[in-house]
Ligand binder design. Sequence first.
Ligand SMILES: Cc1cc2nc3c(=O)[nH]c(=O)nc-3n(C[C@H](O)[C@H](O)[C@H](O)COP(=O)(O)OP(=O)(O)OC[C@H]3O[C@@H](n4cnc5c(N)ncnc54)[C@H](O)[C@@H]3O)c2cc1C
Length: 468
Amino acid sequence: MTVQGLFSSKSAAAAQISAKPRFAIVGRGFSGMMTAIALMKTVRTPFHLQLFDPNSSVSGGQALSSAPASTILNTRVRDLSVSAGDADDFNDWLCSNAEFRAAVPAAIPGFRQIFVPKEIFSDYVYKRFSEALSARKDITVQVCPEPVVAIRRSHGSRFLLESGSCANPLFDMVVLATGYGLPGTEEPGQDLSPVRAQRLIARPHTVLLGSGIRVVDQLLQLRDAGYAGQITILSRHGFLPQSHTPNSADPVFPAEALPSNLPEILRFIRTACHEAEREGRSWQSVMNGLRRHARSLWRGLPAHQKRQFNRHLRAIYDSHRNRLPEAIYARLQTELASGNTILRRGTSGRQGLGGLFFRPAGSQSDEIVHAERILDCRCRGPQLTSPLLASLLNEGLALPDELSLGLAVNQCGQPCLDDGSVVEGLFAVGPLGLGSLPDIDLVPEIVNQAYAVGERIAMQFYPQSKAV
Ligand SMILES: Cc1cc2nc3c(=O)[nH]c(=O)nc-3n(C[C@H](O)[C@H](O)[C@H](O)COP(=O)(O)OP(=O)(O)OC[C@H]3O[C@@H](n4cnc5c(N)ncnc54)[C@H](O)[C@@H]3O)c2cc1C
C-alpha cells in the first residue's frame, strides 16, 4: 500500500503509478469510502486510486452531517456491516473493542440489536478502509482535497476530470459518489433567522422546517442544550418518523404476486401490515420485507404513477422506513404531548424580516410565523445543476431519471442512456441514483451497490481476476 504524499521520492511514486490503471472516486462520503473498500477487496490486480473531495470527513450525508458525533444512528448494528457476505462484521468489530464493551456491558453477548452513535460507525468505516489499504501492497492511493467541476471522455474510452488546481491524468474508470453535493449556501440545516423577530414574539420561539430524522435530531439537540422556548415544526405533509420495534423486525412479505398499479399496491401493503399485526408480528417487518421488492415495484410503475407517489406518498414511505430507536421516539412523543413543541402541516414560503410566510394545510391565505430562529432541516436530493453533474449531462455521459430526482442508473450504478446502453467505465453510486433505485441512500443498499461496482470493474478490466 502507498498513499502518495507520504512518499519521499515523488518521481518514484509517479513511475509506479503511471504503470497501473487509474481509478477515480469523486466524493469521500460513505458511498465513496465504501466503494474504495469494495474495490480494494474485489479487484485483485494492481491499480492506482485517486479520491477527490474538499470535505475531509465521512459525515453521514445531509441527514447527519451537522449532527454531533454522539447522535444515535437510526439503523441497528446488524444492518451496518461494510463486509460483503458477513452481516456480523460491525458487531464483531464492536465486540473486539474493549472500551466499547466496557461502556455497554448490558448488550453482551452481542450488539446486533442496538443503535450506536454516529462517531462509532465512522470509526468502524475508517478502520475497515485502512485495513483494506494495508492489505494491498500493490495499489497506490492519492487523496485530492479539491472538488471536481467537470468530466469528459478523452482518448477513446478514458475520462478527463477537471478539478480545482492541478492537471489530472486520464482515468480508466470513474465512480461518482457526490451524494447530496458540496456543502454550500443552500445547505439544509442552515439558520434562516429573521432579524426583527426578537421584538415580535412574547417568548423564545424556534421554527424547524421539515419532518425527517434531521428535525428530530435538531429538536432533541436544542432541548439537550437547555432550550426551553416554544418549538414549532412546519412540515408540508406532517409525517414525523415512526418507531422501530424493541427487537429487530425480521422482514416478512406476502408470497402472492404483487399488483402493478399504485392504488392496488397500497391496498396490498396495508392489508399485509394488518395481517402481520393480527398474527403478532409488526408493520415494521412488512416494511422491511417491502424494501426487498421496492426496486422491481418502482421499475414497473408508469412515470405518472411515480410522480403521484413522489407528490403524495413519499413522505409517508420515508416516515415508515427511516425509523427512530424506541427511546428517541418516546422522547419525541413526550415533547409533542407537552405542548411546548407543536407540529403544523402546511407550506412554508419566503422569509420576511420578522418571520416566515406559512400557509396552513387547507387554508387559502398565508400567515406570518414569528420566531427568533428558523432552522431549515429539510432534505434535498442530489443537485443536477451542480457544475459536475451538469457537465456529465452536457457531455451525454448520463441522463436524469424520469422524475429528475437524480441520474438514471442500473443496479450497479452505471448511467443508462436513451438507447438502453450503459456508459462503460463510469458509475454513480449512492443517493445519486435515488430516482432509479429506491432506498439507495441507506447503508445496506450502498454496501451492496459498492461491491457490485467492484465486481463489475474486476470483470471489465481484469476478466481473469477473482474476488476474495
Ligand atoms: C456516520 C454515518 C452514519 C450513517 N447512519 C446511517 C443510518 O443510521 N442509517 C442508514 O441507512 N444510513 C446511514 N448513513 C448513510 C447516510 O444516510 C447517507 O445516505 C450516506 O451517507 C450518503 O453518502 P454519500 O457518500 O453518497 O453522500 P454524502 O454523505 O452527501 O457525501 C458526498 C461527498 O461528496 C463530496 N462531493 C460532492 N460534490 C463533489 C465534487 N464535485 N467534487 C468532489 N467531492 C464532492 C461532498 O463533499 C461529500 O463529502 C450513515 C452514513 C455515515 C457516514
